[in-house]
Design a protein around this ligand. Sequence first.
Ligand code: DO4
Ligand code: MG
Length: 273
Amino acid sequence: MRVGGIFDETSVLDLSAAGVERLETLLESENLASQLTRLAHQTHARHGLRNVKLLPPVERQEVWAAGVTYQRSKTARMEESKDSASVYDKVYEAPRPELFFKAIAEKVVAPNEAIGIRKDAVWSVPEPELALVFNSKSRIVGYTIGNDMSSRDIEGENPLYLPQAKVYSKSCALGPCIKIDVLEAEARTWTIHLRVQRGTKVVFQGETSVGQIKRRFDELGSYLFRSQQFPHGVVLLTGTGIVPPDNFALQAADVVRISVTGIGVLENSVLPV
Ligand code: DO4
Ligand code: MG
């Protein structure tokens, strides 16, 4: 049975026992924090985190992504796509951000499941990103962790190949939970850390700060909601600021661990698809 829950360090409180069946209902709530506190007092159905399978924190929400929001992402992309370097430079400075469609909810990979690398790509990387969770009224209700898996060789060959570099089976992971009741100023103090492990060896690690994102969250949201409605809400990845060196590519069975200080950890193994 799929249920929503409230997390603490070791357990999850079953919200379906308190009559909440859909994430959407919570996202639309005017005062979610106090509603959840009230619900938490109404139910005592609690499961140990080790006994539940975490699902991605999306049900009917589309997942979109912003790109080139960190200086580091701009530089890396200008280097990888020499013929069209200027498009990245221009979009970094332009008023209109780069926004692209990433996944429908049913295609999103859960914590501890396998994320995909394309079999026709040779330079696949994880992109560890803070994800904003919007309700249908374009209000940011919470934050989760996202992995915007990317095939750098395919994108680098021609920017028109971006949808193939970004959207394929298992190319987006989200989780482990939605952190609510946090203002942008606080989220900007968070650190994003990426670690890639191959067997017992750590083959890459790096970190960045959410504070380095060039654009304000409401600015990204206002472009996402321009001429478009999301009746169930929407999740927006905010771009990557961690780019492994050019000689690094993910391999089958690597384990990608992304942590964001205010939220938790999203970990997935790698599977060629
Ligand atoms: O421009 C291509 C994608 C950029 C992106 O995904 C990022 O900066 O995170
Ligand atoms: Mg990205």
